[in-house]
Design a binder for this molecule. Structure first.
Ligand SMILES: [Zn+2]
Length: 469
């Protein structure tokens, strides 16, 4: 197929100096960004229009990556998932590489949200590819597929089976990834090594850290989405009762915010601090270098240093949706709030609910769990060959970066696979500064083209390095 260079402005000087290879990867990404693979929120089947978009996305991947799709055996899973089996020299210790095809929606009036370029045009400009999905997660999808396409076209045979799991509704609870995992189980596949999205090569990651931090998720927090509801008799707003349903609910919500979950510093976070410490200036170098010895005090001080550090040491509860009466002058017969909790590794769904019940301490508030998933098992790091394979691949593609393990706070399809795969890692080999990290799920999502090329180098190093061979 002819690759359309999406409406790039003519003043596009930064792109001119890129290698043909980097330009090719950027064009692949631009092409896929132009297919708006937004998965519907509910678990309903796709409409014909939605189906057509995902079908086009798969067809385009086949055209862009002929060697990969010729070598692979395809299975469709769930609503829009794709599992591709690339047979290797051995079917022992199979590798699963993951990246999801779906993206989060953009508001209808995206310009008002502040988008510099249309979100689904895949504009290539200023040395970057712009648009929804460039970081989450089509950037990672493209660099994974480009690396495999290069290797296969060079005559490479995977030393062991490689399974590509490309979810179609990761942003909507990942039913297609769950279906893919069931298929792997049915076929008796026990993944030895799994890599999905998650951490990145993050610049400006910690105060005082000059080097980029390649943070690789070794576990991820659990989730509870719960609805809190209070019923009351309603009536007319001219004669309100002493306590209303919204009032009772509001007290419960304040109690949740005023009684945060207990803090503790997980082994993975200790390892992260100890590994990054030598690259930090004094006194942080000294303090974090002793993280294992001062975990208690460190866990207590971190929540005071910002929301991100707070989320590292405890289960969090975010109040997201609120609902009361449907009219100005009508008392609410029911008040509802939605709570989105992220469960710390080491805690559990049951422990989280018990904490909520005890701080709310009011029988009139009903807690209904809409979705609950436990924190993921912790994958091996320091002493494991698979961890070293990742460290080596980062060193080959981003030699200036410091690689550390961390606990991922967001949720990904990896959590479904972690159930059958004890070594599941979460990392996208893409450079992201603070602005880029904040643009994920927001306006102006964009990736640097040089980083895409380095991402391809990462996957090549990973697949051909000694550790996984
Ligand atoms: Zn994602």
């Amino acid at each position: 197929m002819r690759l359309k260079r999406a409406s790039a402005p003519s003043s596009d000087h930064a792109t001119d100096t890129l290698s043909p290879r980097a330009t090719r990867v950027a064009e692949h990404l631009s092409t896929l960004v132009q297919i708006p693979t937004v998965a519907p929120a509910s678990a309903r089947p796709l409409t014909d229009d939605e189906e057509a978009i995902f079908t086009r996305h798969r067809a385009t991947m086949r055209e862009l990556y002929p060697h990969v799709f010729e070598a692979g055996e395809e299975s469709l899973t769930g609503r829009a998932g794709l599992l591709l089996h690339l047979p290797g020299a051995s079917d022992e210790r199979p590798i699963v590489l993951m990246a999801h095809q779906d993206v989060v929606p953009v508001p209808e009036d995206w310009a008002a949200e502040g988008w510099e370029y249309p979100p689904f045009d895949g504009v290539i400009a200023d040395g970057r590819v712009h648009g929804r999905g460039t970081l989450d997660d089509k950037g990672a999808l493209v660099v994974m597929l480009d690396a495999l396409e290069e290797l296969l076209s060079e005559g490479w045979t995977p030393p062991r089976d490689v399974w590509l799991l490309m979810g179609g509704d990761e942003e909507q609870h990942g039913a297609s990834a769950i279906a893919a995992v069931e298929l792997l189980e049915e076929r008796g596949v026990e993944p030895w090594f799994v890599l999905d999205e998650g951490g990145a090569v993050a610049s400006q990651a910690l105060p005082g850290l000059k080097k980029p931090l390649a943070a690789i998720g070794a576990s991820e927090k659990g989730i509870i989405t719960a609805e809190l509801s209070v019923e009351s008799l309603g009536g007319h707003a001219s004669t309100p009762p002493r306590e209303s349903a919204p009032g009772v609910l509001a007290r419960a919500l304040v109690a949740i915010e005023e009684n945060p979950f207990p803090v503790s510093l997980h082994d993975i976070s200790v390892e992260m601090f100890e590994d990054v410490a030598p690259h930090l200036p004094i006194p942080m170098r000294t303090v974090l270098g002793r993280a294992g010895k001062i975990r208690g005090p460190l866990a207590r001080v971190m929540p005071r240093m910002g929301a991100e550090l707070a989320a590292m040491v405890r289960t969090t509860a975010a109040i997201t949706m609120l609902q009361g009466s449907p009219a100005q002058n009508v008392l609410a017969t029911q008040a509802k709030a939605t709570l989105n909790c992220r469960i710390a590794v080491g805690s559990s769904v049951a422990e989280t609910l018990a904490h909520l019940e005890s701080v709310i301490d009011d029988d009139r508030v009903t807690i209904t769990v809409l979705e609950g998933s436990e924190p993921s098992p912790v994958s091996p790091t320091r002493d494991d060959v698979r961890w070293h394979a990742l460290v080596d691949a980062v060193a080959a593609s981003y030699p200036e970066a410091v690689t550390v393990p961390y606990v991922m706070m967001a949720a990904s399809d990896a959590r479904h696979v972690a159930r059958i795969a004890p070594a599941t890692y979460r990392f996208s080999p893409l450079a992201m500064d603070k602005t880029q990290r904040e643009a994920i799920h927001g306006p102006n999502e964009t990736v640097e083209i040089t980083s895409l090329e380095r991402g391809v180098n990462f996957y090549r190093a990973l697949l051909t390095g000694p550790a996984l061979n």
